[in-house]
Design a protein around this ligand. Structure first.
Ligand code: A3P
Length: 296
């Protein structure tokens, strides 16, 4: 049966030079005009950089390490996704945010350049998490294969070219990670790295606690570390997105909690791709002191 506009995948349309899924751009004024409260906390990432991981860590900390409280609902109900939208439907995140009294935790993948102004005017705290480009590319490829709300990724070779030319949702990786990195001096932004979380989760949980001004017992921190391990989160329906209908997430193709590793890119990049990527990467990061680890 031919795809109808209702069930076809989105296409990318530029919003102030940033390619975005066309569906998200419907009634964009709603996002742009969002009124943040000074107590709101934003979790911001480029897609596939460990958003859900940081969300679960933050939610656990805000519940003083009583991790059972994080089972109160699926992630998008606990931490709404600001700009997300399905075709022909209301923005679910926006609807939830209207009903939630501050302080709220809000998820976004927006680059700094598209962030609604009120987050900055209100000087809301932001936790930004970045992940190395190669692993993001691999994770995004598998995600786009299974997620019908993303444009078709094509083959790995095709996707590789899309990614290095920035022709993916939310635009080029380097502009996103650099944009937020440069602003961390001017706004209350905690800049985390996926690779650091993998290296020492206990240390990174404590960093987030400090940023949020929370003190939690050692036992409770240990339970947060256990609760937010890849193995626990993979089995946890409150954060593994297993409740998303198969018409949206085709779990026969891939799963949301896929591998959770640093360095999986080595299983995907050909030698020729690695060489092309290195040359592109040098240009991307020219003049920046932002550095990533691609293996641990
Ligand atoms: P992979 O596809 O490489 O496995 P996001 O939440 O931004 O969409 O990121 C999803 C990526 O983060 C996926 O990467 C997922 O497996 C990984 N991830 C989620 N929770 C994790 C955890 N607790 N530990 C390690 N990786 C995690």
């Amino acid at each position: 049966m031919a795809a109808t506009p209702q069930d076809s995948r989105p296409i990318l349309v530029p919003l102030r030079d940033v390619p975005m899924p066309d569906i998200f751009l419907d009634e964009w004024e709603e996002v742009d005009g969002f009124q943040a409260h000074p107590s709101d906390l934003l979790v911001a990432t480029y897609p596939k950089a460990g958003t859900t991981w940081v969300q679960e860590i933050v939610d656990s900390i805000l519940h003083d390490g009583v991790v059972s409280q994080c089972d109160r609902g699926p992630m998008p109900n606990r931490i709404p996704f600001l700009e997300f939208k399905e075709r022909g439907k209301q923005r679910p995140g926006m609807q939830k945010l209207r009903e939630m009294p501050p302080p709220r935790v809000i998820k976004t993948h927006l680059p700094f350049s598209l962030l609604p102004k009120s987050f900055l005017e209100q000087r809301c705290k932001v936790i930004y998490c970045a992940r190395n480009a190669q692993d993001v590319m691999v994770s995004f490829f598998h995600f786009d294969r299974m997620n019908k709300l993303q444009p078709e990724p094509g083959s790995w070779a095709e996707y590789f070219l899309k990614f290095i030319t920035g022709n993916v949702s939310y635009g080029p990786w380097h502009k996103h990670v650099r944009g937020w990195w440069e602003q961390r001096m001017h706004y209350p932004i905690l800049y985390l790295f996926y690779e650091d979380l993998k290296e020492d989760l206990n240390r990174e949980v404590r960093k987030v606690m400090k940023f949020l001004g929370r003190e939690i017992s050692n036992e409770a921190v240990a339970s947060i570390v256990k609760h937010t391990s890849f193995e626990s989160m993979k089995e946890n329906p409150a954060c593994n997105y297993s409740n998303v209908p198969s018409s949206i997430f085709d779990t026969n193709t891939s799963v949301f909690m896929r591998k959770g590793q640093v360095g999986d890119w080595k299983n995907h990049f050909t030698i020729a791709q690695a060489e092309v990527f290195d040359a592109v990467y040098r240009r991307w990061m020219e003049g920046s002191d932002l550095q990533f680890r691609t293996q641990l």
